[in-house]
Design a protein around this ligand. Structure first.
Ligand SMILES: [Zn+2]
Length: 195
């Protein structure tokens, strides 16, 4: 059976070029000319170069087509990439962090194995609508990690993934409200305070 056109698999061209502006531009022009459905931005770059590398590419790519940034998933990096024109992301970071007991919160990353969480009968993050936060306390998560229960990684992953999806949902709304830079500034102010 033929799928509706909107459901056909989209083929993305991948832009490479590392941290070199001339190579990024050459790669972007070549890939842009090939008529892909969207574009992936790949290749290695240092974290501090990411904003530049992404901006060089996005200034050339066709504005009407989606841009996917490969391998970026840290909350602060996602906001930098959005600011420089990226639409979608994929990364192992949220689940890898979760398996290693690092949980995202709006006040920064918290390590749930820290003994101070053993008697905190509150959610990982107040106000979070994920299953883990709606159902369990920090103390319970601490216990699960302490007991090396596999459920710990599952519950922690549910929270970290929801945190990242909410971050991007809020960024999208902030863009629509023409408030993105204010949103980013406020997020970073709170995110780097705690930990
Ligand atoms: Zn949560």
């Amino acid at each position: 059976m033929l799928l509706p056109l909107t459901l056909h698999p989209a083929l993305f061209g991948i832009v490479q070029g590392g941290r070199f502006k001339d190579l990024r531009e050459e790669s972007t022009k070549a890939i842009s000319a090939m008529g892909f459905d969207g574009f992936g931005i790949g290749g290695t770059f240092l974290k501090e170069d990411m904003g530049n590398a992404v901006r060089w590419v996005n200034e050339i790519l066709p504005p009407e087509k989606p841009r996917h940034l490969l391998g970026i998933g840290e909350p602060t990096d996602i906001l930098t990439a959005i600011e420089n024109g990226c639409d979608t992301f994929d990364c192992v970071a949220p689940t890898r962090m979760a398996r290693n007991s690092a949980l995202y919160s709006k006040n920064g990353r918290l390590n749930i194995t820290n003994s101070k969480h053993s008697s905190e009968y509150i959610p990982i993050e107040e106000g979070c609508d994920c299953y883990t936060c709606q159902t369990f306390t920090r103390a319970y998560l601490h216990h699960l990690f302490d007991a090396k229960e596999m459920l710990a990684a599952t519950l922690a992953s549910i929270h970290n993934l929801r945190f990242v999806v909410r971050l991007v949902d809020n960024a999208r709304q902030a863009i629509l409200d023409k408030q993105f830079l204010e949103y980013k500034e406020q997020f970073l102010k709170e995110y780097t305070v705690g930990g």
